[in-house]
Design a protein around this ligand. Structure first.
Ligand code: 15L
Length: 267
């Protein structure tokens, strides 16, 4: 299926803006949504201001959409009500509207916090058990499973990118392992929009030798990361957390906040 109209949700967020710039002019129609006001539409762009909790508006927004990049929702840890509304109900509304609207594929911006309670000592791949480190991380694991329902029951191709730390450059010692450059993010999104698959989990991480994530599933689909956190090692390697739990966990301080468990159970 060729893509006539691509929808990017959360288009006003940091990564939504990267995707908007990357896909400008690449498809006949680029629909951009957020609950906050967006920069005015350029050539070929359509702006829809919409909160994902509003089911009927989300359904209208998905009309005529072939593919979705779903960045919308709560991007960090929050209280249960916020996570439930933005990331559970919001994601359900999105997938259900995609089904009713006939979308062919949904790329879901999952997060490393879906697996953040895995110890850094362990290398994991796309088949590992989810181990959310937060309510936020749990909502991302839920989104991945939601994708399974829609992939295998309703034939929507569902690509789940467990994004590490996607910023202009690494900013602390942890991100020497977890960093994803904007350029490599765009390559992963391109793969999500073009490859043949039903439901996949891949890691959103650059070519970082320190990474805890075996990303062979992304490589199998054609991913060749162009950037590496190693280029920034000298700038950031001394910036560790003053917290043994945060230092032991892949999710860092996300898992360390509110932690009352036993580190020994995590290895
Ligand atoms: C995420 O999921 C967050 O959205 C982002 O702000 C970072 O904190 C990132 O994870 C990370 O783990 O560095």
């Amino acid at each position: 299926m060729t893509i006539n109209r691509l929808l990017i949700t959360g288009a006003g967020g940091a990564l939504g803006k990267v995707a908007r710039a990357h896909y400008q002019g690449k498809f006949p129609h680029l629909r951009l949504s957020d609950r906050v006001e967006l920069e005015p539409a350029g050539d070929g762009e359509e702006i829809v201001q919409c909160d994902l909790i509003e089911r009927e508006r989300v359904e209208r927004m998905l009309e005529g959409v072939d593919a979705v990049i779903h960045f919308g929702g709560q991007p960090t840890e929050a209280d249960w009500d916020t996570v439930i509304n933005s990331n559970l109900i919001g994601a359900i509304n999105l997938f259900e509207a995609a089904r009713k609207g006939g979308a062919e594929r949904v790329i879901f911006a999952s997060s490393n916090h879906a697996i953040g309670m895995h110890a850094r000592a362990n290398i994991i791949d796309h088949t590992c058990e989810p181990r959310p480190d937060t309510r936020y991380g749990l909502s991302k694991a839920f989104g991945e499973d939601l994708g399974r329902l829609y992939a295998y029951k309703y034939s929507i191709r569902s690509m789940n990118i467990r994004i590490g730390s996607c910023f202009p450059k690494p900013f602390d010692a942890r991100s020497l392992a977890s960093w994803l450059s904007f350029r490599d993010l765009c390559q992963l999104l391109d793969i999500g929009l073009a490859a043949a698959y039903q439901h996949e989990i891949i890691y959103g991480v650059s070519n970082n030798p320190e990474s805890w994530w075996d990303n062979s599933n992304a490589e199998r689909l054609g991913y060749k990361p162009q950037d590496t956190a190693e280029d920034y090692r000298a700038e950031v390697e001394h910036l560790t957390f003053d917290d043994p739990v945060g230092e032991a966990l892949q999710g860092g301080m996300f898992g360390a906040e509110e932690f009352s468990g036993d580190l020994k159970t995590l290895v």
